[in-house]
Design a protein around this ligand. Structure first.
Ligand code: 8YV
Length: 331
């Protein structure tokens, strides 16, 4: 089918693929639309994005492109925004709904890979892998000593998971079944008893979860209500020596307070894959001890990144061809 012969549409359909993604996965879009790609993988400024999207009917985006009301007003033909992320905090959903723009995202395909990485960070932070590797590479390893990078145990410890959606639940399964951990969770909505039982997980309010957990892992979706959910007061409620892991969004943690809790020794360790203002990283975190920092790669296995891109393309094609989207953003 040629780009100009889509049902009910007069001229050719036009799609923006805002970043450089797997060319073979993007290719089928060319059967239905003119595709504006981004071979240099440059991140668009808001102005560039507005200019490039102005005449488009569909957008393939990542978490780096912000879709807000002003942008939508400049793109009157836009019908669908397809993000290859599960999180949708970079999209003004209400503004899209008001303008009849369908939003789709990429859940499920990244769940297990992201849960693996949550566990990777938990283990790496608790066992001080980052500091230990830097020490060795710097040539400081002169002798074995009894408490060299002596961290905390993960197996058999209590894990508190904040945000018990798909990823939180996948982490809970690893913790309970693979690591014999006691699993506590906090969530906006308490899970059904049958799910709690299957996951071996018990509900707690946030203060109790923070007090009872040796390790705390954040896997909640970001919303303004989650801004600095973990600040100085919450860090103080955590056990001395506790571990904090974040695979959600950087804004959930007050990073200055976290750095302070690491410097003071109250917090045992932290593992962070996400940062407020990323890709910039607050220098206080770079200077903090016992923290493992990674550049937002929790979903980054090659098969999973390909599956995320594929789902985003399939969603775009569905909407542009008048079929229901596969994974629309609900609510
Ligand atoms: C993405 C993510 O890799 O899906 C999400 O919500 O946070 C990650 O999987 C990231 O947002 C890419 O832009």
């Amino acid at each position: 089918m040629s780009p100009s012969s889509q049902g009910g549409h007069d001229g050719p359909l036009r799609v923006l693929v805002a970043r450089a993604v797997f060319p073979d996965i993007i290719e089928p879009l060319r059967d239905v639309a003119e595709v504006d790609t981004t071979p240099d993988d440059a991140i668009s400024t808001p102005e560039t994005l507005r200019r490039r999207l102005a005449d488009k009917h569909g957008a393939f985006i990542t978490g780096s492109e912000r879709i807000d009301a002003a942008l939508l007003d400049a793109c009157p033909q836009l019908r669908v925004v397809s993000t290859m992320t599960v999180g949708v905090d970079h999209i003004d959903l209400a503004a899209c709904a008001e303008r009849g723009v369908t939003v789709t995202h990429a859940p499920d395909v990244l769940t297990e890979t992201t849960a693996d990485f949550g566990f990777t960070l938990l283990l790496a932070a608790a066992r001080q892998v980052g500091d230990a590797e830097r020490y060795l590479r710097a040539g400081h390893w002169a002798k074995w000593s009894v408490d060299l990078f002596a961290g905390a145990d993960v197996f058999g410890a209590t894990l508190g998971i904040v945000g018990m959606g798909r990823i939180g639940q996948a982490i809970a399964r690893r913790a309970a079944l693979g690591f014999n951990m006691r699993v506590l969770y906090h969530n906006r909505r308490r899970l059904a008893p049958s799910i709690e039982e299957a996951l071996h997980a018990s509900y707690r309010d946030l203060p109790d979860l923070l007090r009872e957990s040796r390790h705390v892992l954040l896997a909640l979706p970001y919303s303004p209500a989650a801004y600095h959910l973990i600040g100085a007061a919450e860090l103080a409620q955590m056990q001395p020596g506790a571990t904090l892991v974040n695979v959600a969004r950087g804004g959930v943690i007050d990073e200055a307070a976290l750095a302070q809790a690491l410097h003071s020794g109250h917090l045992g360790a932290a593992g962070l894959d996400v940062f407020e203002g990323e890709p910039a990283v607050n220098p206080v975190l770079l200077r903090a001890p016992r923290v493992v920092l990674t550049p937002h790669i929790a979903s980054s296995s090659l098969p999973t990144r390909r599956a995320m891109a594929q789902l985003a393309v399939d969603n775009l094609l569905a909407v542009l061809q008048g079929r229901p989207p596969i994974t629309p953003v609900s609510g």
